[in-house]
Design a binder for this molecule. Structure first.
Ligand code: SF4
Length: 146
C-alpha cells in the first residue's frame, strides 16, 4: 500500500471524477492551455447534444473533465476493491509534480468522489493534473482513461 493509501470505502453511490463524456454525466472541469484542469463551481449536466457537438472537435475528455457514477467492477480500472486509476495518478505525480500540501482545489463533487473517499486530499491535490484523454500531448498531466 502506498504512502497515500487509505482503507477502501465500503459505500456504494460514489462518483467517478474522470468519467467518459456520456449523456447523464456532469462536466466538473475544463482543461486550460496550461494543461491543468480548472474546476467548475457547479457541475454542468451533459446530454447527447453536448456530446455530439463537443465530439466534433476531438475527444471531449481531452478538453473537459466529467463525472458519473462509479461502476466499480464494470470498469476496467477497478482493482477488485478500489480505483486503480487514482493509485497510478498519485504514483506518477508524486515523482513528477510538486504539489503544495495546502493546494486543495474547490470541487463540486467532493462529497461523493471515489478518489477523495479512497485517498483524501492527496487525490484532490493531484486531481488538477489529470486529463482523462491523453491523445493530445500536455505537460505534466496524467491519463486516467477507463
Ligand atoms: S478535487 Fe478531490 S474530490 Fe474533487 S474530483 Fe478531484 S479528487 Fe475528487
Amino acid at each position: 500500500m502506498s504512502k497515500n493509501a487509505m482503507p477502501a470505502p465500503q459505500s456504494a453511490g460514489l462518483s467517478c471524477p474522470s468519467a467518459p463524456a456520456t449523456p447523464g454525466a456532469v462536466m466538473i472541469g475544463i482543461v486550460g492551455d496550461d494543461g491543468m484542469v480548472h474546476p467548475l463551481a457547479r457541475p454542468l449536466p451533459v446530454d447527447m447534444d453536448f456530446v455530439e457537438s463537443a465530439s466534433r472537435h476531438g475527444p471531449p475528455e481531452a478538453r473537459f473533465r466529467f463525472s458519473n457514477s462509479c461502476v466499480e467492477g464494470a470498469c476496467q480500472q477497478w482493482t477488485g476493491r478500489s480505483c486503480g486509476i487514482v493509485a497510478k495518478v498519485l504514483d506518477h505525480l508524486d515523482r513528477q509534480v510538486e504539489i503544495a500540501p495546502t493546494d486543495i482545489p474547490r470541487c463540486s463533487i467532493r462529497a461523493t468522489c471515489r478518489w477523495h473517499a479512497e485517498r483524501g486530499f492527496a487525490a484532490c491535490r493531484a486531481c488538477l493534473y489529470v486529463v482523462t484523454d491523453q491523445s493530445r500531448e500536455r505537460p505534466a498531466a496524467a491519463s486516467s482513461s477507463r
